[in-house]
Design a protein around this ligand. Structure first.
Ligand code: HEM
Length: 451
């Protein structure tokens, strides 16, 4: 059975209709030809934007010349009150310096230090679900809760139940309702002269979240000074000096980074886990094979135990392929470009679309089907190299990619070992791009204990 895919918009539409469709959902606003095209141009009286879908071009933009294609300021427009000068929004020298300080905390060896905190969060998720087992469960909510718990435990060594953590979690949810990451402004450039006002409610909500995060980072700074700080991600990042300048993050800059780790790190993982569980419910035969792979998994698995779970990892990969949590990314040209016989003026938008690349009909065998075994085939391996960018690629790749590829399979393994997930007839989710790719009306599955 083919997993749910949003219907494409029919044929040509007027600009205004396109904008209206876009506002409802950017996935179904696109024409079907984007699943076959190497490149597409959106030319309107106000702006030009180019969707790039050919592996060579994607590589040129992301891997070969990333500094020539910075993030467009407009993408961060709505997020700036919350994220300030966060690594997600900055460009050039500032961005390079921030990555030099952040990246070491996420390197392979140090991920192993983080693993026990992920495991604790995974076990807490199993315990929560156990209390609900025996009927339908809203899976997206459970996964949001679990992924937020992972972030708080790994970053600050506190569980989601901690008073400050749960307050941050609650306020982030409200904030996202007022300000989605993939806002229209990112794709529909307004003239630069036009002043833009952040809605008062958004600014107030951002201020409240930042005040809470400031309390967390200030407390941590005291613990670092007193020599009592736990060795978690926050301590690692706050004590790392830029190898080139010797400088550390100022308190304000650290608040910006914590805000993005939380925002980029929990919605995305939650989305992928929700879809992975739905895909397993849709394909019970694969779920049985995953359960068989987990039969020998010890109750307290190690980092290497999880790394050996091939099928579990490939199921998570298929969820990232079919429902990439970040469906599209936007860059800007800083000089005139020439792509596929087209002249692209300076200041144009370059849209990279994991959503379309991952389902490209000229690249993938069975592009819309769920098939975790594909990664053992020649086509699957080739596409993994050329047409799989759930974490982006190149210098600006997601800092949490390795983290997420440990977290996802771990949580999936703990959950599938404990429970059976079943589809509810007539209640299939429909993907839609909110902040991340989510189901329009949530994902409900019947959950029962395996033993
Ligand atoms: C399944 C989980 C995840 C997915 C699919 C994902 C995906 C992405 C993508 C596509 C980008 C690039 C966005 C762009 O260039 O416009 C990105 C950036 C980023 N992600 Fe993730 N992410 C995930 C988990 C995480 C986690 C767990 C963390 C941190 C704990 C994290 C932190 C970041 C940060 C800081 C950036 C900005 C990097 C930069 O611009 O230099 N992400 N992520």
């Amino acid at each position: 059975m083919i997993p749910p895919k949003p219907p494409s918009r029919p044929g040509r539409v007027s600009l205004w209709r396109y904008l209206r469709l876009f506002r409802q959902d950017i996935l179904s606003a696109q024409p079907a030809r984007l699943y076959r095209a190497w490149m597409a141009e959106f030319r309107t009286p106000f702006f030009r934007s180019y969707l790039v879908n050919q592996p060579e071009l994607v590589r040129e933009v992301l891997n070969e010349r990333p500094m020539d294609f910075p993030k467009s300021d407009r993408v961060g427009e709505g997020l700036r009150p919350l994220l300030g000068q966060s690594v997600f929004l900055t460009n050039g020298e500032t961005w390079l310096r921030q990555r030099r300080i952040i990246d070491p905390a996420f390197e392979g060896g140090r991920l192993r230090d983080t693993f026990p905190a992920m495991l604790d969060a995974g076990r807490a998720a199993v315990a929560r679900l156990d209390a609900r087992a025996g009927g339908p469960v809203e899976i997206e909510e459970e996964m949001s809760h679990a992924a937020a718990d992972v972030i708080f435990r790994t970053l600050f060594s506190i569980p989601i139940e901690h008073e400050l953590a749960s307050e941050v979690f609650r306020r982030f949810r409200d904030y996202q309702r007022t300000q989605p990451i993939l806002n229209l402004a990112a794709f529909v450039p307004l003239p630069r002269r036009l002043p833009r006002f952040h809605r008062r409610r958004t600014v107030r909500a951002a201020g409240a979240i930042r005040a809470l995060i400031t309390r967390l980072t200030d407390d941590r700074m005291c613990e670092i000074k007193g020599g009592t700080a736990p060795d978690d991600l926050a301590t690692k990042i706050m004590t790392t000096a830029d190898p080139q300048t010797g400088e550390r993050f100022s308190s304000a800059e650290m608040v910006d980074q914590v805000a993005i780790f939380f925002l980029a790190g929990h919605e995305t993982s939650a989305s992928a886990l929700g879809w992975a569980l739905y895909l397993l419910a849709l394909h019970p035969e694969v779920q049985d094979r995953v359960a068989a792979e987990l039969a020998e998994l010890p109750p307290a698995p190690s980092f290497s135990d999880i790394a050996q779970l091939r099928l579990t990892r490939d199921v998570f990969r298929e969820a990232l392929r079919l429902y990439p949590p970040v469906p599209m990314m936007v860059r800007e040209t800083t000089c005139p470009e020439h792509f596929r016989d087209r002249d692209i003026p300076q200041g144009s938008q370059i849209v990279l679309s994991p959503w379309h690349l991952h389902r490209h009909e000229r690249l993938w065998d069975n592009p819309d089907g769920f098939d975790p075994d594909r990664y053992g085939t020649e086509n699957g391996r080739q596409c993994l190299r050329d047409a799989f960018i759930p974490f982006s690629s190149g210098k600006r790749v997601c800092t949490g990619a390795g983290f997420a590829m440990a977290e996802g399979p771990l949580l999936l393994a703990l959950l599938v070992k404990a429970f059976r997930f079943e589809r509810i007839e007539g209640d299939d989710p429909m993907p839609v791009a909110f902040l991340t790719v989510r189901s329009r009306h949530g994902i409900r599955l019947n959950v029962s204990r395996r033993t």
